[in-house]
Design a protein around this ligand. Structure first.
Ligand code: SAH
Length: 227
């Protein structure tokens, strides 16, 4: 693992300014982006482009999300230190690192084992600790629920009810859990935020248009077992 260096640091700070201009206002999210070395989450050949505001390939037809998208989803999650956050679609591990940098306890699920293994090696080398599992995350991770935040980093066709049920119910000064999920067709999705407002009650906001790789049901291993 190569060290962070001043060239990448300068580029990262320029990216932060670009994100601010595009409307990201949460200073804690911007600070996390300024800290996490995105170039270490892509293959060496792509490092020069790591601080452009673009999605980049990470293998197996998947991508590391565009920095704007990561910042936008993270801002919507309203993460506070100590929050329990579930990520569905670990991919490169970059979004998980951003959540760790914000002080969250991160749980993450990825259906492609080689991607998960690479992501976990990077996170460990950088000192970020997460709880991870390989498989289909579309139904969440009930064993570790409730979550203060759930972020789905692949496009879904609908909001899975199981994910809403794993959001924290608000109590005292602890707010209800937030689910941030892109929902739509395979071509484009709208960002949706579902907030738990009480036992079994939710408030849904439909926001901007994005384009994500699809949320696929069933894990590779389940597929191999079937064939
Ligand atoms: N958060 C990632 C973005 C990765 S792209 C990052 O920061 O790099 C979305 C990822 O979701 C892909 O790696 C894809 O394999 C994974 N994915 C798609 N459907 C899934 C499912 N049902 N369960 C778990 N992971 C899934």
């Amino acid at each position: 693992m190569i060290e962070d260096d001043p060239l990448y640091r300068r580029r990262r700070l320029r990216l932060v300014e670009a994100l601010r201009e595009k409307g990201i206002q949460d200073e804690r999210v911007l600070e996390a982006i300024a800290r996490v070395p995105r170039h270490l989450f892509v293959e060496p050949a792509l490092r020069a482009r790591a601080y452009d505001d673009v999605a980049l390939p990470i293998g197996l037809k998947q991508t590391i999300s565009q920095p704007f998208t990561v910042a936008y989803q993270t801002q919507l999650l309203e993460v506070r230190p100590g929050d329990r956050v579930l990520e569905i679609g670990t991919g490169s591990g970059y979004q998980a690192a951003i959540l760790c940098a914000l002080g969250a306890r991160v749980f993450t699920i990825e259906r492609h084992r080689p991607l998960l293994e690479r992501a976990l090696a990077r996170l460990e080398a950088l000192g970020y600790r997460v709880v991870a599992r390989c498989g289909d995350g579309s139904q969440g991770w009930p064993a570790f629920a409730p979550f203060d935040g759930i972020v789905v980093t692949a496009g879904a066709t609908e909001v899975p009810e199981a994910l809403c049920e794993q959001l924290r119910v608000p109590e005292g000064d602890r707010p209800g859990g937030r689910l941030v999920i892109p929902v739509g067709s395979s071509h484009q999705q709208r960002m949706v935020r579902v907030r738990c407002t009480g036992p079994g009650t939710y408030e849904t906001e439909t926001l901007h248009v994005f384009r994500f790789v699809p949320l696929v049901r069933g894990s590779d291993e389940a597929r191999r077992r079937q064939s």
